[in-house]
Every structure is written in C-alpha cells, then in structure tokens.
Ligand binder design. Structure first.
Ligand code: F6R
Length: 610
C-alpha cells in the first residue's frame, strides 16, 4: 500500500527520495509527494500531486525544490479521501513547521480532529493523517522529540510515520505502530523506508523498527526509543537479498520474471528443507510431541495465500488425518474462534503485514492457540506475532499479483503435511519417500512448462476479448481454479469466477455460451472422467474450453478448444504444476489488453489496512 522514504545526510535529498518511491511503486498508490528542509532555510518546501510518480517528477522538473539534505516522501493509496493533491502526503500542521508522511490508519482521527478544531486548528484535507502534524504542533514548545512522543501516546490505529520540523534542519523522526518501517544505516547518511527495496541500492544495513518504537535520525547517528521514551539498543541487520533481485533483469515485467524464478525458488526450498528422505522444518518451534497433540488446525490467510491454505487442508487431512478449517482472515477475525491450546493456527502471508491476517492471529493467540506463520518477508509483523515461522525465502516479490510466493507457500504446505503425516504415523516411511522423490522433480517440471510459454501466449491471444471466464477444478485442483480466476481478473480486469466443477450445474452453467471461456483443470486423476463430463456439458453449450491436462493425454483434444499440457506427476502435486500455466495465461491475456501487469489498478501489494 502506501510507501514512505526519508533521508538525512550529505547528498541531495530529493533525487534519493524520488528514486526510493519508484522502488516502492509496486506496492500500489494513486498520488505522491515530497517535502525537503534546506539547512540554510527555515522553511519546509513541498510538492505533491495525484497520479504516478512520473507526474511528480515532471512537476519537480518544472518547479524544482531547493537543494536540501533532509526530506521525506510518500506514495499514497487512498483510504480517507479521494486521490487529490490536498489529500496527498506530506501534510503540514497549521504553522507549516511540522511535516508528516503516514502509512496506516489513525482510527481515532475524527475525535482528535474535533478536539483540535475546537482549539482553532484548520484542516485542509479529508485524511486521517492530517491530525498527526496538528497534534504534534499542539504539544510543540521547542522540543521536537518530546512533542512527537506526547502526540504518539494519543494515536490509536496503525501507523508508520516520517516527521520533519523546520526548527531541526538536521533531524528526521520516524515512528512505527502496526505498519512496517525500517531505518537504513549509511555512512554520513541515514534513511527510513516502509520496505527494504526502497533503500537497497544505498545500504544493506537496516534496523527493523518494532511496534511502539520511535527513531531519531541525524546524518551520523540513529537513536531508537520505546513508547515509554526509554532508549533501546540498536539492532542492525544485514539484508540478505541482492539489488538484482528487485530489478527486472531483462524481463518485460516483474510478474514474468517472478514466474520464471519458480524453479529456483522451489528447488532451493527443497534443498534446504529435505535431508535424505526427511523433511526438516527449522523454525517450526513445535516439538513432535506438541504436534501429535494437535487436535485441530485452522489456516487463516487472504487472497492467493488463502487459496494456498485451501490446498493445505486437502494435504494435511490426507497425510495426517487432522481436521483442518480454512478461512479468509477477514471473516475469521470477526466470529467466534473455537480455538484452544490444542489448536494449531497456520497463518499464511507473503508480506507478513496483511492487517486481517495479523488481527486473526492475535485473537487466536489470546485464546491460547499456537500460531505457525508461513511467510516470505523476514522480520515482518506476522513473524513477530507467531510462535513459529516457516520462511519460504522466495525472495522479494514485486509484481502485485502473487506468483512465486504462491508456489512457495504450496511447497511449504506439502512439506508441513508430510511432517505431520510422519509424526502422526498416518503416512508410512515408504509413502513419504516416494512422495518426496516426486516433489524433488517439481523444479524440473516447472522448467518444462516454462518452455511452452510461447504456445501459452499464442493460446491467450484470442481469449483477451472474451467477456467472462469460468475456472473449474475438482478436489485438490479446486483451489487452483480459484487462484487461476483471481490471477486473471486482478491483472486483466476480465470478470472471472473459480468454481468446484461439481458445482457447475448448480448455477454457473447458465453463464456458458459461445462468448464465454472456461478453463478446465483436468490432469490425470481419480476424478478425471468427471472433469471430462463437465467439459462435454460446456461444449454442448458452445463454450470455449482451455484445458490444462497431463502430457500424453491426447484424448482430451476432442473435448477442448485448446490444451496446455503439464508434465506427469503424482496426482497430489498437480496443483503446483497447474499454477504456472494459469499464471502465464493470465499474464499473456493482460499483456494483450495492454494492462499494467505489475501494478493493476486499485490494488496494493500488501494490504496493511482492513
Ligand atoms: C493476489 C495477491 C493477494 C495476496 C493477499 C494476501 O495475487 O497477491 O490476493 O495474496 O493480499 O497477501 P499476503 O500474502 O501478503 O498476506
């Protein structure tokens, strides 16, 4: 969602701040802005505008900001108030001394706004954010830090803040509660950012601020304080991933690059998590005894991660006979959660910052359940709220549409299900061994599928103008159907629905005619014949069919308009293989329609607000 960058040092701040914002573009936004404070100038200068960062750059080229070595910048994804210039960040207080950029939501802003208005404060925007600089102004008596500390105590909700004060031309203050914020440590310069890619080409040394922490940055020092105002020791981490990992490296889009990374991502996961014929789950933090006592599992997640969770249910129930409930975190958090100390809650999230997933996890932990996170981003909020963490280590995912994070989540769920099957004794050693040997072949199968991308691009072409898509799958490929539909609709804006194929006759069949397309996920399996019957019913109604089938299945050609083949594998592993053609199909349809594949409209990479 929104992005923050901040800089204090010896170099010119504005170009660094804009470059940082560009690296955060993938998160999704609809306006942007910047504010700088020149050392010899007692006035903060700002520029802001709706639209893409390119618009802000053009604005700055026409009306340059004064040279300054201190500044903050922001890209906003509108929540409170439309994406207009006045709602764009940064926001001033009434005296134009205090300047604030903010990610998250100030939940008590209405009450604060009324109180501040009664004291004479005038507001220029519809945002919740604007109360923050005014509240700081209210407490400001010449001590910047003290005023910020007092104001923070009154804010409810979630926030990451970057703050300037014109009386302090050498100081940048940052604070975090619930929304991610990092401090980047440089030589004679320091940075803040809402995500690592913003500063990765400047420094790899970072401090991950914890909830309730506030940092005071000068060019040659960083001091971190807790909510009570007590200094806390600085914990500097080194970011492991490379600058290249956040660049397109010759691919037309990050999404395409990330689709191509999947053989390596899954390959590395298997190398590090499988030792001989045993699954090694470092980070699990639950002993075999504790796992054996697990009577029930809940999987909570959102979007694509939720679809991964749905597959997790099939696998764990099959391998370990433990009942699994899977629910969208946004629903789960608001109903009676029947969890206790014998319940394991598995929270799946690429970013580890999804507000609903975090809230669901907090509720469950309060009720005594153990929480295990399956997460990609090291040090994210979810990993701190969980008892154990299984990192997928898929590397930074920049494309808004999740691809490699999804197949990494699936892979982790296969491994976890195998582990549970082992400790419960439901899965014999022989069964584990043969399944693991098939699992190890997945990266090679992925490479095969990627070789057919030109064919998938060709198949996709005429479908770009189809008015509506259905995606059908059965059993373990029902989640694949949901994920295929989500991928297509989010990047191409074509309405698409995922259904369990057996449900087709209960409603969706009414949609089918010669103008609609149906993607049928039909690999060889126990229920293959049932999928073929569904396909015949669709053909009888002139629907166009793209079938995803197992290599060698020539019979299916008679039932489909087009066929995309995946290599032969264990039936339970077909969802992993089906994911790639579905991603590529969505990608090429969206490219054909000239859509903004990496930053689809209205979407944000991590949904840090409810
Ligand atoms: C779709 C997509 C989203 C995310 C969802 C959860 O391609 O990326 O549906 O899967 O917003 O995000 P995380 O996994 O970061 O919790």
């Amino acid at each position: 969602m929104c992005g923050i960058t901040g800089y204090v040092g010896l170099r010119s701040a504005a170009p660094l701040l804009i470059a940082g914002l560009e690296k955060l573009e993938y998160r999704g936004y609809d306006s942007s802005g910047i504010g700088v404070l020149p050392a010899d100038h007692s006035k903060i200068e700002i520029a802001k505008t709706p639209g893409k960062i390119k618009v802000l750059k053009d604005l700055l080229a026409a009306n340059p900001l004064p040279q300054a070595n201190l500044g903050i910048s922001h890209s906003r994804w509108a929540t409170h108030g439309a994406p207009t210039k006045s709602n764009a960040h940064p926001h001033f207080d009434g005296s134009q001394k205090i300047l604030v950029v903010h990610n998250g939501i100030i939940e008590n802003y209405e009450e604060l706004k009324v109180r501040l208005q009664q004291k004479g404060h005038k507001f220029l925007s519809q945002t919740d954010t604007e109360v923050v600089p005014h509240l700081i102004e209210e407490y400001y008596r010449g001590d910047f830090l003290a005023a910020v500390q007092k104001a923070l105590k009154e804010l409810k909700g979630s926030f990451a803040l970057g703050i300037l004060c014109s009386d302090y031309p050498d100081t940048l203050i940052a604070a975090r509660l619930g929304s991610p914020l990092i401090v980047g440590i440089g030589k004679n310069e320091n940075f803040i950012a809402s995500d690592v890619p913003a500063i990765l080409d400047q420094t790899k040394k970072v401090v991950y601020l914890k909830d309730g922490e506030l940092a005071v940055l000068k060019k040659d020092s960083v001091a971190v304080y807790d909510l009570a105002g007590k200094k806390v020791p600085l914990k500097v981490d080194t970011v492991k991933f490379s600058v290249e990992s956040v660049q397109k490296q010759g691919f037309a889009h990050f999404m395409l690059k990330e689709i191509h990374e999947q053989p390596d991502v899954v390959g590395h996961m298997l190398k590090s998590r499988v030792c001989g014929d045993n699954v090694v789950l470092d980070g699990l933090s639950l002993s075999d005894r504790q796992l054996k006592k697990t009577l029930r599992i809940f999987i909570v997640a959102c979007g694509t991660a939720y679809h991964a969770g749905l597959l997790g249910k099939y696998l764990i129930e099959k391998f370990a006979h433990i009942p699994v409930g899977v629910e969208a975190a946004s629903e789960f958090r608001y109903r009676e959660q029947l969890v206790d100390k014998n319940t394991l809650v598995i929270a799946i999230s690429q970013s580890g910052e999804t507000a609903d997933t975090l809230a669901a996890v907090k509720e469950c932990r309060n009720k005594g359940a153990k929480v295990l996170a399956v997460c990609n981003v090291v040090g994210s909020s979810l990993t701190r709220e969980s008892d154990g963490v299984l990192y997928t280590h898929a590397g930074p995912e920049i494309g808004v549409a999740s691809t490699k994070a999804y197949t990494a989540q699936l892979t982790m769920l296969y491994l976890l299900a195998l582990k549970l099957g082992d400790v419960t004794g439901i899965l014999s050693k022989g069964e584990q061994k043969s399944f693991i040997s098939e699992l190890k072949r997945i990266p090679e199968h992925f490479r095969e599928i990627l070789k057919s991308k030109a064919l998938i691009a060709k198949i996709a072409k005429p479908y770009a103008h189809v008015g509506c898509f259905l995606f059908l799958g059965r059993n373990i490929n029902y989640p694949s159907a949901l994920e295929g539909a989500l991928k297509l609709k989010e990047i191409s804006y074509i309405p698409a629905e995922g259904y369990a194929a057996g449900e087709m006759k209960h409603g969706p069949i009414a949609l089918i005619d010669e103008y609609r397309a149906v993607v049928c996920i039909a690999p060889q399996s126990e229920i293959y014949e049932k999928m073929i019957s569904n396909m015949q019913e669709i053909r009888a109604r002139k629907g166009k069919i793209i079938a995803i089938a197992t290599e060698g299945d020539e019979g299916i050609v008679a039932h489909a308009t087009n066929v995309i083949y995946i290599p032969k594998t264990h039936e339970l592993l077909t969802p992993l293989l089906a994911a790639l053609p579905l991603q590529l199909l969505a990608y090429y349809v969206a490219v054909q329609l000239k859509c903004d594949v990496d930053q689809p409209r209205n979407l944000a990479k991590s949904v840090t607000v409810e």
